[in-house]
Write a protein that binds this ligand. Structure first.
Ligand code: ADP
Length: 228
């Protein structure tokens, strides 16, 4: 193992559609052991060279799920969006088998609620989350990228432009005025980590900040000059 920060884990991904294949490939690329399962032979074939193991099987069948030994995996990702019945049934079975962490992809709000009810430890909404991300990135004077830590709290990259040019973090006083804390400044290729309060900022600086979404939104409206 090269990277010191990555602890190698065993993952299984059920459903190798666009989302599942991307999750599986990325995990394998990060050095984890990944079993990919799909009922479709073509999908399985496509990923055969890239994952640790691939199996063609219908996971709604309990014997199949048992024989794959899925209960021994650290995390099983259920990446089936279209066939709701299969997604729910498989999630339920995995939890009943004792899988520690089941992460399930939801195609809609109600699908997500059902997945939680049947025991999913984490539910992800890839389309919705990506939509929010793209909209925020497109918003004028707004956010370049963001990371949602909880549904209420995010780390964001802000591009305030002229509003910060020549001024210091101390002068801007964003923490007191907006309850948003700047934890870094991206300046070209450089990143100033834990930036000092009296360093003058530049027009093209990107501020990396943490705060509650409502506070970040207010800062965006009032400070970054975003119009409604
Ligand atoms: P995406 O939108 O990410 O492409 P899909 O729901 O379209 O997601 O893809 C789901 C994948 O899961 C497909 O490749 C499909 O063959 C596979 N799949 C569906 N049902 C099962 C099942 N019961 N067992 C295993 N794989 C399944």
């Amino acid at each position: 193992m090269g990277g010191a920060s990555v602890v190698e884990q065993e993952f299984a991904v059920i459903g190798l559609g666009r989302f599942g294949a991307s999750v599986a490939r990325t995990l394998a690329g990060l050095g984890h052991s990944v079993l990919g399962v799909d009922s479709n032979a073509e999908r399985v074939q496509e990923l055969a060279g890239e994952l640790t193991h691939v199996v063609q099987a219908d996971c709604t069948d309990e014997h199949t799920v048992r024989s794959l030994g899925l209960r021994n995996f650290d995390t099983v990702v259920v990446a089936i969006g279209q066939d709701l019945e299969a997604s729910i049934l498989i999630t339920l079975m995995l939890k009943e088998l004792g899988v520690k962490r089941v992460v399930a992809k939801a195609a809609s709000e109600i699908h997500g609620k059902v997945l939680e009810r049947v025991g999913a430890d984490q539910v992800v909404f890839p389309e919705k989350d990506m939509g929010t991300k793209v909209a925020r990135a497109l918003s004028q004077g707004g956010i370049m990228d963001f990371l949602e830590l909880t549904p209420d709290v995010s780390v964001v990259e802000l591009t305030p432009g002229e509003a910060v040019a020549g001024r210091t973090l101390k002068q801007l006083d964003l923490r007191a005025r907006y309850h948003v804390t700047v934890i870094g400044v991206r300046r070209g290729k450089e990143v100033l980590v834990a930036p000092l309060a009296d360093v003058p900022l530049r027009k093209d600086d990107i501020l990396v900040a943490i705060g509650k979404n409502e506070h970040i939104d207010r800062l965006l409206r009032e400070f970054c000059g975003r119009r409604r």
